[in-house]
Design a binder for this molecule. Structure first.
Ligand code: PXG
Length: 464
């Protein structure tokens, strides 16, 4: 077989892809019929596909390439580490400099007394660690009945059996016998879609108080932890009303429930602070991290835990770990990524420059006839499409039909956006500059105009 490289014609790459590669979250037959888009290379905020087309990456890969593509320093850090020590494990009372340095750096950046990291290779693995860790924590404290973890509908916490159980995605629970026992879901704080006649403030409080109700119904002696994303990412960039998080914090404090902030998307600058918990004023006991930790250049994640959680877990043996926990190459790349983030002031760029510039233009999208809500936190943003703004109506078509049409226009105009039902979301690299944001917005507007024209012609501009 000839070497398979970018030099091959696209159709041949697509045929081999269809023959041998199974894609995540994809209907394989449909994709095989049309052929995958092949990405050949990338630089800064732009991707180049196998046909030579340049596309702005409004999603930073999958919410992860925060530092942008093509940073030589990260390639150098990986090569250096591979030459010196490509692999060694952290089991059996062993350690190495890259993992020690990275754990120390994370302790410096993380808020409060979150000073200890248990490493994994992904967000899913880290959340699986969290399930076992919080249950073990309470068992070691003599309260083994505290095993229920409360999460939220429409949350995304990963795709492994444990993390998908924590997540609140019904189509995921429908496959493979999920959720596992002792996971309980409450409603999400999505005011635009579910708030009805309530004010956002009242709705935020009501949704937070569902946590208190659940704890009372399940019994305080049964509940181990509550897990949530500071801003829901994969669920559609859903930002809770201001009243929500203070009430959640009050309830977790009152009932001594461990609070797990899943920072896989929000962490490392996305919201304009190092962590989403800082932006939203949350005091978690555990944070899940991944993605932006290495800007996606290497697979690495982890659970960052408080002094108290670490002290309890370390008082015995925690029978848990992955071959690649604290992989030296992944750690070296993450460290270099964090060094660049720090030296180039990327978090303050999000907070003071890129975030405010995008916010002004993003919120102005609310004037478009299709846009019901334009929400943004740092550099993660969404718009909800609607046939009738005043009533916040949904479309009569199947959910996602209009979102997909808009997404396809966006791709055709050279911008990667993601649709979540009939919401469109963006999460560009954090290094995006003002002129690039202007281009992004022009392309979003073009996509909205093209979508409106199509759905008007097709008679889809109709409320339920
Ligand atoms: N927690 C959160 C909050 C996430 O967003 C995970 C955990 C799992 O991480 P890993 O590294 O195991 O994938 C995620 C991942 C999407 C999409 O389509 C989002 C994610 C992954 C894949 C697709 O928006 N988030």
């Amino acid at each position: 077989m000839p070497a398979i490289t970018n030099h091959m014609p696209t159709a041949e790459l697509q045929a081999l892809d269809a023959a041998h590669h199974m894609h995540p979250f994809t209907a394989g037959n449909e994709l095989a019929a049309k052929g995958a888009r092949i990405i050949a290379r990338a630089k800064g905020v732009y991707l180049t596909d196998s046909e030579g087309a340049e596309i702005m990456d409004g999603m930073a890969g999958l919410w992860c390439v925060n530092i942008g593509y093509g940073r030589e320093e990260l390639a150098e850090a990986a090569a250096r580490q591979m030459r010196e020590l490509p692999y060694y494990n952290t089991f059996f009372q062993t350690s190495h400099a890259p993992v020690i340095a990275l754990a120390s750096k994370i302790a410096e950046l993380a808020p409060g007394d979150l000073n200890h990291t248990f490493f994994a290779s992904s967000g899913s693995e880290a959340n699986d660690t969290n399930i076992r860790m919080v249950r073990t924590y309470w068992a070691m404290k003599g309260k083994p009945s505290k095993s229920v973890i409360i999460s939220r509908h429409n949350a995304y916490h990963g795709s492994s059996v444990g993390s998908a159980s924590l997540g609140g995605m019904a189509p995921m629970h429908a496959q493979g016998g999920l959720p596992i026992p002792d996971i309980h879901h409450i409603d999400q704080p999505s005011w635009w879609a579910e708030g009805g006649d309530m004010s956002p403030e009242d709705f935020g409080l009501a949704r937070a108080q569902e946590l208190e109700k659940a704890i009372q119904e399940l019994g305080e002696d049964r509940v181990a932890a509550f897990i949530a994303e500071p801003v829901q990412g994969a669920g559609g960039v859903i930002i809770a009303p201001d009243t929500y998080w203070p009430e959640i914090q009050r309830i977790c404090d009152k009932y001594e429930i461990l609070l797990i902030a899943d920072e896989v998307i929000c962490g490392f600058g996305r919201t304009g602070e190092w962590f989403g918990s800082q932006t939203l004023g949350i005091r978690p006991d555990i944070m899940t991290i991944a993605k932006g930790l290495s800007s996606g250049y290497q697979p690495i994640g982890g659970s960052v835990v408080s002094d108290d959680v670490a002290a309890v877990i370390d008082s015995g043996e925690f029978n848990h770990g992955y071959t690649y926990s604290g992989h030296p190459v992944a750690c070296a790349v993450a460290l270099e990524n964090l060094r660049i983030m720090h030296e180039e002031g990327i978090v303050s760029h999000v907070r003071d420059v890129a975030g405010p510039h995008l916010k002004e233009q993003w919120q102005a999208l609310g004037d478009h006839p299709l846009v019901g809500e334009a929400s943004i936190c740092g550099l993660m943003a969404s718009i909800a499409l609607t046939p009738d703004k005043a009533s916040r109506a949904k479309f009569a078509s199947d959910p996602g039909t209009v979102g997909l049409i808009c997404r396809d226009h966006s791709f055709a105009n050279g911008l990667i956006m993601r649709h979540v039902g009939d919401r469109l979301v963006i999460s560009p690299p954090l290094v995006i500059q003002r002129d690039e944001i202007d281009i992004l917005i022009t392309r979003v507007r073009k996509a909205l105009d093209g979508c409106l024209e199509d759905i008007t012609k097709q008679g889809l501009m109709k409320p339920v």
